[in-house]
Design a protein around this ligand. Sequence first.
Ligand SMILES: C[S@@+](CC[C@H](N)C(=O)[O-])C[C@H]1O[C@@H](n2cnc3c(N)ncnc32)[C@H](O)[C@@H]1O
Length: 191
Amino acid sequence: MARFHTNSPLALLLVYPLNAWRDAPLFPTPPDALNDLPDAAPLEPGARVLDAGCGLGDGLIALRQAYPLARLEGLEWSRPLRWLCARRCPWAQVHWGDMWRADWSGYQLVYLFQRPESMARAWAKGCAEMAPGAWLVSLEFPVPGVQPHARQQAPGGRAAWVYCTPREGRMSDTTKVTTVSGITKPSITAE
Ligand SMILES: C[S@@+](CC[C@H](N)C(=O)[O-])C[C@H]1O[C@@H](n2cnc3c(N)ncnc32)[C@H](O)[C@@H]1O
C-alpha cells in the first residue's frame, strides 16, 4: 500500500482529524491477511460487508480477495482518506461518516481494524444492530470477555478474531475453542 507522508502538521490534521486518530491510527490491513476468513465466516454471494474505518482501502482490498462476490462498503471519518479510498477501490461504495453513528443492521459482516479499547463498544453495537448470526471480525484486537467463534493467524503475525452475533435462544451457549491447523474454532453446546 502507498504510505501517506507529510511534513506539515496542518496537512496531517486535514487528512486525519483528531478524533479519528484517537479512535485508531492509520495502519493498513496487510495483504492476504483475510484470505482464510470465509472458512470461519462464510457468506452468501451478494452479502453486504462493511469495513468500519476503511482508511486507504487496504482492508477492503483484503476483503474483496476473500469474498469476491460480496457487496463491499467502506466508512471513513477522514474526508481525504475517504476520497483516496474511493479512488483505490472503485468497486466498493465508500461513505464518509462516523462508524459509531452508522447503522450496521444491513450488513452480514462488519470488519474492524481499530483499537483494543474500541472492541467492547463495537461488539455491543454489533449485537444491538446486526442480525443474529452475522459476523463481526476484528484484526489484531479481541473483544474482551467474549468467546470468539474463531481466531485465525494471518500472514504477517496479526490475528483475525471472528465473532458471531448471538442467535435467539443461544445467549447461554457454552463455546469450547479448539485449534485445528492454526485456526481456532469453537464447538457450541447449548446448555
Ligand atoms: C487502523 S486504520 C484501518 C484502515 C482499514 N480498515 C484497513 O484495515 O486497512 C483505522 C481507520 O479508522 C478510521 N476511523 C477511526 N475512527 C473512526 C470513526 N469513528 N468513524 C469512521 N472511521 C474511523 C481512521 O481514520 C483510520 O483510517
